[in-house]
Design a protein around this ligand. Structure first.
Ligand code: ARG
Length: 462
């Protein structure tokens, strides 16, 4: 059996750790991403220990300087991460001992456990990364607003059941996604608000017998308060779970959009043309231009939802308080974060650069009897009950289909065979543009309403 080196917790052990166990239990290969948060937390903790006279005031400066040096070493790629030292917390503490001597470095962990330390690091990391994701979603929303504004005159067929339903503005369709992304931003913000408490001082599980000033540490680290129950504070990974849910739903929204981009960019639809720089070719079929980017965002959503389920299953039935299982929170979170960030970063320029094929959309918007509801509403305004009006227009559609005609090709006398209520004014609402602008109620697709929405969201975001 291969054995390893001396541990920071080695006091009660007589036999060294098996190397297989070291490798199996180590988290350093992934939790090194928490180094900046870990160091920030340690600096705040050390300062407070000095202020409270729990450690000699003279030890605080060397501890801080040592930690800053470690940060610089990590950032320059000069830090030697060791699996034998298990995780980021012990890698940093051990290096601190090398730099400033074990005696002073050994005081840093007073009144602290890795359990409240990792809980802190995760909260700090989440806070920063959630803000970053919010920023990327905001950028995407701005791209959508700009596109909506630039293409405000474009009419497209709106669908239900993927069958042509009623004409809508392309901008209205884009703004539907803006609403989803606004809710996503709201969820990320909410998650950040609930995370905003410092768990330091919870110790391993029971709290601390030292006179730690938890509040001042929380303030120094930018938290608005401190956690109320030490057992909960070290057991809680709700923030990670909430973040993963917010990421999952955000990805699901992206997949709905991406699915439409894949459809729309097909020869059959031809509603949009994705920029060559966002597509790839086929190794065998020379004509191919594949929408790999939206396909891959669609595909990658599975990893993010998988990460959420992964974490929930890890937390399920875990007894209080800390259990080593909880170390399994990090890899799924990091993977989901990278996936979301990568997807958002590529989505914005892809939308910005896509071309909207206005004529194709307009032609399609007029096809498929898409103004039928408008005509039924017309009859309603002339006094017919809606159900009867629906029936009349249904018969006109059947007639047109049999004769291979479209609404605009029927004469007034042909219309009047179906209902005496049809008059000349009917012809002012057969065009898709008329149908669109008739939907002038708040929340509808009329050009005026959509323009107002663009302005309203812009004002909210500036
Ligand atoms: N690497 C551990 C984690 O990520 C840190 C906390 C370990 N605490 C412990 N008592 N083993 O969860």
């Amino acid at each position: 059996m291969k054995k390893s080196t001396q541990k920071l917790w080695g006091g009660r052990f007589t036999a060294p750790t098996d190397e297989l166990v070291e490798e199996f239990t180590a988290s350093i290969n992934f939790d090194k991403r928490l180094y900046a948060e870990d160091i920030a937390g340690s600096i705040a903790h050390a300062k407070m220990l000095g202020r409270q006279k729990i450690i000699p005031a003279a030890d605080v400066k060397p501890i801080i300087n040592g930690l800053k040096q470690i940060k610089a070493e990590i950032e320059k790629g000069e830090f030697n991460f060791s699996v034998a030292l298990e995780d980021i917390h012990m890698n940093i503490e051990s290096r601190l001992g090398e730099i400033i001597g074990a005696e002073i470095a050994g005081r840093l962990h007073t009144g602290r456990s890795r359990n409240d330390q990792v809980a802190l690091d995760v909260r700090l990391y989440l806070r920063r990364q959630l803000e970053r994701v919010e920023g990327l979603v905001r950028e995407l929303v701005l791209v959508l607003l700009n596109k909506a504004e630039a293409e405000i005159g474009v009419i497209m067929p709106g669908f239900t059941h993927l069958q042509q339903a009623q004409p809508v503005l392309f901008a209205h369709h884009l703004l539907a996604y803006v609403e989803m992304f606004k809710r996503d931003i709201g969820r990320l913000c909410d998650c950040r608000k609930r995370l905003d408490l410092s768990p330091l001082g919870s110790g391993a599980l029971a709290g601390s017998s030292f006179a730690l000033d938890r509040q001042s540490v929380a303030e120094e680290l930018g938290f608005s308060g401190i956690t109320a129950n030490s057992l909960d504070a070290v057991s809680d990974r709700d923030g990670v779970a909430e973040a993963l849910f917010a990421f999952s739903l955000l990805m699901i929204h992206l997949t709905r959009f991406c699915e439409e981009l894949v459809l729309w960019s097909s020869v059959q639809f031809n509603f949009i043309t994705l920029s060559d720089s966002f597509c790839t070719g086929s190794s065998i079929m020379p004509q191919k231009k594949n929408p790999d980017v939206p396909e891959l965002i669609r595909g990658k959503s599975g990893r993010v939802v998988g990460s959420l389920v992964n974490l929930l299953m890890t937390l399920k039935s875990l007894p209080l308080a800390y259990n080593k299982d909880m170390q399994e929170d990090k890899e799924p979170f990091f993977d989901a974060l990278d996936t979301v960030v990568g997807s958002l970063r590529i989505m914005a320029p892809m939308i910005k650069e896509m071309r909207v094929n206005q004529e194709v959309m307009a032609r399609q918007a007029g096809a498929g009897f898409s103004t039928a509801t408008e005509i039924a509403d017309y009859l309603v305004r002339k006094g017919l009950p809606f159900r009867a009006a629906h029936e009349v227009v249904g018969k006109v559609v059947a007639f047109c289909e049999a004769q291979e005609l479209i609404f605009t090709e029927l004469t007034l006398s042909q219309w009047r065979e179906f209902s005496e209520l049809f008059a000349d004014d009917l012809f002012t609402l057969l065009a898709p543009q008329d149908a669109v602008d008739a939907k002038a109620l708040y929340g509808g697709t009329a050009t005026a309403r959509v323009a107002e929405q663009i302005a309203a969201v812009r004002a909210e975001f500036n």
